[in-house]
Design a protein around this ligand. Structure first.
Ligand code: MN
Length: 267
């Protein structure tokens, strides 16, 4: 099996090396990943400048075929398929993200977007993310075991073109084991965010009093969700389950499409 690996934390992120380790036994790996961190860039692509590619790079923990791209996660997948890979991969894996991608965060995430791009391109894809504890002392070695356990089981069912799975691995730094899979829908509740006044980027002393100085705000966001979360990926991950959500990217509301057709066809 030929596997393309990517992520949104950058090609040198420990989570990508963890992913390579978790799936090395599954086949032939190629990495095409952003040169710099691209978290929360969602499905952005780069249109107004060329994409600089470096590689093959010799990077500890990564396969011989590793390339970095000065672009977004979706750029990496598109460019890999269009130019960099000699053959289409059988599978695209994105991650392991440093931080859970549950609830509406799947829309903001570059990790899930890279997998979504692969699905659009007709290649089965799995996004993997690790729930970090507040201490943020990531045990990537443990996360490797979780990811390998999950991938070995998920791949017993042949994936078909366009299949897209979002997988979250529970906190791995406190010695507790995951309690198994939970197949759950994405929580659609909004996140509870706070926007707090902050110093403007690059503002010097006294600059804030200048009349044309913008007021700046810094966001505090995370995994706090407005209720309800029951029966969703949020609840299951908090209960240390490995969450799996099959997703699709089709933005059309098909029932509403029929409703509108029927409505206007009556005139
Ligand atoms: Mn990230």
């Amino acid at each position: 099996m030929r596997i393309l690996l990517t992520n949104d934390d950058g090609y040198d992120a420990p989570g990508l090396a963890a992913l390579a380790q978790a799936c090395a036994h599954l086949g032939e790996l190629t990495v095409v990943a952003p040169a710099k961190a691209q978290s929360a860039m969602s499905h952005a692509i780069t249109l107004h400048r060329p994409l600089a590619v470096r590689g093959p790079l010799v990077t500890p923990g990564l396969p011989a075929h590793t390339f970095s791209v000065e672009g977004r996660p979706a750029d990496c997948v598109k460019l890999a398929l269009a130019n960099l890979l000699p053959q289409r991969p059988d599978l695209v894996l994105s991650g392991i993200n440093a931080g859970a991608n549950i609830g509406v965060n799947v829309l903001y995430s570059g990790t899930t977007a890279a997998a979504r791009e692969a699905a659009i391109q007709g290649i089965p894809a799995i996004a993997l993310s690790l729930h970090l504890s507040k201490a943020r002392q990531e045990r990537w070695d443990v996360a490797v075991d979780y990811a390998r356990w999950a991938l070995d089981r998920l791949l017993t069912r042949p994936l078909t073109p366009g299949d897209l799975l979002n997988v979250n691995l529970p906190i791995s730094d406190d010695g507790a084991e995951p309690t198994g899979f939970e197949f759950v829908p994405v929580c659609t509740t909004r996140t509870l965010d706070a926007y707090e006044p902050a110093a403007a980027p690059g503002a010097g002393p006294g600059a804030a009093s200048a009349p044309d100085m913008p007021q700046s705000y810094a966001v505090r966001t995370g995994l706090s969700f407005a209720e309800p979360i029951l029966g969703t990926d949020v609840e299951a991950l908090m209960q240390r389950r490995i969450t799996v959500t099959p997703m699709h990217w089709d933005p059309t509301d098909h029932p509403q499409l029929d409703t509108w057709r029927n409505h206007l066809n009556a005139y």
